[in-house]
Design a protein around this ligand. Structure first.
Ligand code: SF4
Length: 62
């Protein structure tokens, strides 16, 4: 995990499966209009569980 990084969802790639929402240990991601969004960026610590879990590699840490 890199200090200060946060999950960034590429909404053009996201399919809205919701896996990242379920896997995030901090509750930082939600589905908004059917696509994943980092709605609570203050809770994201860049640990990257969502990056690993996303089946279409729509999430990166930046
Ligand atoms: S796991 Fe990937 S495809 Fe599924 S909702 Fe999250 S970002 Fe979208």
């Amino acid at each position: 995990m890199a200090e200060g990084q946060k999950a960034v969802v590429d909404q053009g790639v996201c399919t809205g499966c919701g896996i990242c929402v379920d896997v995030c240990p901090h509750g930082a991601l939600e589905l908004v209009d059917g696509l994943a969004k980092l709605t609570k960026p203050e809770l994201c610590d860049g640990s990257g569980e969502c990056v690993e879990a996303c089946p279409v590699q729509a999430i990166s840490l930046k």
